[in-house]
Design a protein around this ligand. Structure first.
Ligand code: ATR
Length: 288
């Protein structure tokens, strides 16, 4: 009998950690399934998904650059995918394509469970107003922070997000110049700046000594954003490896209704990533 098939789909995809993560989850929870990586040509996302469904495909993770297309081909969306306007998890069942988004809850689980930082009543700064930022706003607001500020190099994009989510909590938008004289308990970098080994032009004063600085990207070396936070005196630093594993765990739960244990998997990935320092000096990643 053919095992249930799962895959991560993207372009590029060869660097993906997802097959490894899900193989560990499957072994750990005794699930009979196979998980592979599929490279879809840039103009053939939908047809590649349809072929996968015909070959006993039960679910997919979706990564760059297909999260918007995945949102569009879904025949049903979860509320969190609908609000994120992006899909990172597809589930194929009863002739239906369910689109979900587990990125936001992955971030929340990493911060609150793994880093044991409570978000309730905290001052949170979210830097960036692209897809990565949009996907985490609602889950952050559901934690009932004191306030959530979205800061972006291009102010209008932050304002658009603020307008969309203003009914769900205390959320404001600003540009980097207007961050002076504001300090935050949690500062999250959701920009793609780390991919260019740089960081947003934010003032040092946004950090308090006991702030958590969190970069949704990860890299063998600390990202430029985390190095900047450290120079500003911040000691609590985290990169996106925990979020990567936690979003995978949530997808696994969506598909199999079983929750894998994540801490040991995060430890494996961290040791592997940080060990590769000499071979990948300049390649930050946020991708599955
Ligand atoms: P993603 O889907 O990964 O969020 P995106 O939609 O292209 O990618 O958005 C990238 C985000 O990173 C944007 O907020 C972008 O700022 P702009 O809206 O001003 O372009 C931000 N970004 C990228 N490089 C940056 C840099 N060097 N400094 C500050 N912000 C940067």
């Amino acid at each position: 009998m053919m095992l249930d098939q799962y895959a991560v789909i993207g372009n590029p995809i060869s660097h993906s950690q997802s097959p490894r993560i899900h193989a560990i989850f499957a072994q750990q929870t005794s699930q009979s399934m196979e998980y592979s990586a599929i490279l879809a040509p840039l103009d053939q996302f939908k047809i590649t998904v349809m072929q996968f469904i015909q070959q006993s495909g039960r679910g997919m993770n979706v990564t760059v650059p297909f999260k918007l297309e995945a949102y569009q081909i879904a025949t049903r969306l979860t509320e969190r995918a609908s609000l994120a306007q992006a899909v990172n998890t597809l589930k194929f069942e009863n002739n239906e394509i369910l689109g979900d988004n587990t990125d936001g809850i992955g971030l929340i689980h990493d911060i609150t469970r793994n880093l044991t930082v409570d978000l309730a009543a905290k001052r949170i700064l979210l830097i960036g107003a692209g897809g990565a930022s949009r996907g985490v706003i609602m889950p952050l607001l559901q934690q009932k922070p004191f306030r959530l500020v979205i800061a972006n190099r291009t102010f209008e994009k932050a304002k658009t997000l603020q307008q969309q989510f203003k009914y769900y909590g205390n959320i404001t938008a600003c540009d980097f110049d207007n961050l002076s004289n504001q300090a935050f308990d949690i500062v999250i970098n959701a920009t793609s700046a780390s991919l260019q080994n740089t960081f947003p032009d934010i003032p040092a004063c946004i950090f308090a000594e006991d702030s958590l600085a969190y970069d949704m990207m990860y890299h063998a070396e600390p990202t430029a954003f985390l190095r900047f936070a450290q120079q500003c005196g911040v000691s609590r630093l985290a990169d996106g490896i925990g979020m990567l594993v936690e979003q995978a765990a949530e997808s696994f739960y969506v598909w199999r209704n079983v929750r894998p244990e994540t801490q040991s998997v995060i430890a494996i990935l961290k040791s592997q990533t940080y060990m590769s320092r000499s071979t990948h000096p300049n390649q930050a990643s946020n991708s599955k």
